[in-house]
Design a protein around this ligand. Structure first.
Ligand code: URA
Length: 212
């Protein structure tokens, strides 16, 4: 697995205000979108393109455009939805699939409750988005699911990651070919006994959308 941690003062600045418990939901949503757009810039570094001939007002020239099949963005519900706008802003022609996953707060077991994805993902560049890589169970399950549909090019984008979650991914995804790419805004210190990232930002879904 390739792990890329964004190292940019703008990202660190926005993450600081995202983490702050005084930040209200509208600001939290805006900062999430802005952060994702910055992370998406890194995550799409290897997005597939093809040559495209155009004419400028001065001369013909050859540029590039995004190749087909269109990239697929897959937010993991519910918190991943908060990252969708920021990602689509950078990849407006991408298609969007959905995966609904929930984690049991006692056992940390993850189960899927919904999915809306194309039947065949072979040849598609897939971008999984989920704000928090905590235990890593959700992301492993989501990646396994995409691979079972034929995906062979997967990049996961998360705002924050815990070392335990990254280690879990490394262990479970060892030997998965081609390797998965993980793009993170920051790696935090650890998980606490409730499976929350420390210092983290709390429950991303609650902070985006309010407590259910
Ligand atoms: N999910 C969250 O929303 N926050 C955490 O810290 C861990 C998992």
């Amino acid at each position: 697995m390739r792990v890329h941690v964004a190292d940019h003062p703008l990202i660190a600045h926005k993450l600081t205000f995202l983490r702050d418990k005084r930040t209200d939901s509208p600001t939290f949503r805006r900062l999430t979108e802005e952060l994702v757009t910055l992370l998406a810039y890194e995550a799409t570094r290897e997005v597939r393109t093809e040559p495209f001939d155009i004419e400028t007002p001065v001369a013909p020239t050859r540029g590039i455009k995004l190749a087909r099949p269109k990239p697929l963005i897959v937010p993991i519900l519910r918190a991943g939805l908060g990252m969708l706008e920021g990602m689509v802003r950078l990849l407006p022609t991408a298609e969007v699939g959905f995966l609904g996953m929930v984690r049991d707060e006692e056992t940390f077991e993850v189960s899927a409750y919904a999915n809306r994805l194309p039947d065949d993902l072979s040849g598609r560049q897939c971008y999984l988005i989920d704000p928090m890589l905590a235990t890593g169970h959700t992301l492993v399950m989501a990646i396994d699911y995409l691979v079972s549909l034929g995906a062979n090019d997967i990049t996961a984008v998360c705002l924050l990651g815990a070392p335990e979650g990254i280690a879990h991914l490394e262990e479970k995804l060892e030997g998965v070919t081609p390797p998965i790419t993980l793009v993170l805004g920051a790696i935090d210190e650890k998980l606490n006994e409730r499976g929350y990232i420390v210092p983290g930002l709390g429950d991303a879904g609650d902070r985006l959308y309010g407590v259910l």
